[in-house]
Design a protein around this ligand. Structure first.
Ligand code: ARG
Length: 262
């Protein structure tokens, strides 16, 4: 009898523990982070990038992705209390990999309405504009001059989308922007359209062959970079935004800008 009572008590206690866990769903879903996000349940933030976009991401000397975005997402991971694991992949497959292969993507990615249909974005953390790289002796100087030209870009980027709109222009798409820049230097393209900061980095490799034209002169719009997040994961979005704000407020963000931007 005594035994039966003690078993009943144990069962009741176990039920209480299970219910307790159930009611504290936040901690359960977010693992150690305590954030109610399925993406963080394993305590790991798996981050997709395309490390072909200096200074935001590139392969460092040790073969691992390095750069401004990598440092930023690691700092965000620390704020969230999760481990950050980086997966390097093609830029064009990042958005569709969110929710399966990766939790989030940071890749100098511009917020666009089309991407917003598949993913949510954090607050934007950086502004950019497309630049036009041309051979040093090129006469291209305005938007109209780009009409009918063969223009290189990285596949699936906003530069690619701009070229699609230029009358008569052919978009020569590359998996890596650096290959487009090399072809430009070798006389195989009339221009390359790519984001401002990487444009500066790539153009500086060929100071006697390539010039770097500001997209503002071509009426290209300002673009905002943000972290792409799983759609509807508002707890993760909020936590990431709080972390970005904190890193901006405490000076960490500016330190990374000084460290990585030319
Ligand atoms: N900002 C452009 C876009 O979102 C280009 C980004 C390319 N990033 C990269 N890591 N390759 O389309």
């Amino acid at each position: 009898m005594k035994k039966i009572v003690s078993i009943a008590l144990t069962v009741a206690l176990m039920a209480a523990v299970v219910t307790g866990c159930g009611s504290d769903k936040g901690a359960a879903a977010g693992g150690a982070s305590g954030i109610d996000s399925a993406a963080l349940a394993d305590g790991v933030l798996t981050v997709g990038t395309n490390a072909e976009f200096p200074p935001f991401e590139y392969l460092g000397d040790n073969g691992e992705p390095d750069g401004f975005d990598m440092a930023l997402i690691k700092a965000i991971g620390e704020e969230l209390g999760v481990e950050v694991v980086v997966e390097n992949m093609e830029f064009d497959s990042l958005v569709s990999a969110i929710g399966s292969k990766i939790d989030v993507a940071i890749a100098g990615m511009t917020v666009t309405d089309e991407r917003k249909q598949s993913v949510d974005f954090s607050e934007s953390y950086y502004n950019a504009v497309q630049h036009v790289l041309v051979p040093i002796d090129s006469t291209i100087a305005t938007y109209d001059d780009l009409k009918g030209k063969t223009i290189g870009c990285q596949l699936g980027t906003t530069g690619d989308f701009i070229i699609e709109e230029i009358e008569g222009a052919t978009s020569q798409q590359y998996n890596k922007a650096v290959d487009a820049v090399n072809d430009l230097a070798n006389g195989r393209l009339d221009a390359v359209i790519i984001d401002s900061n990487p444009a500066g980095v790539f153009a500086s490799k060929y100071p006697d062959k390539i010039k770097d034209l500001d997209g503002a002169d071509f009426d290209f719009e300002i673009e905002e970079y943000a972290i792409a997040l799983p759609k509807g994961d508002t707890a993760l979005q909020e936590a990431v935004n709080v972390a970005i704000k904190k890193l901006k407020d405490n000076g960490t963000f500016d330190k990374l800008v000084d460290q990585y931007m030319q």
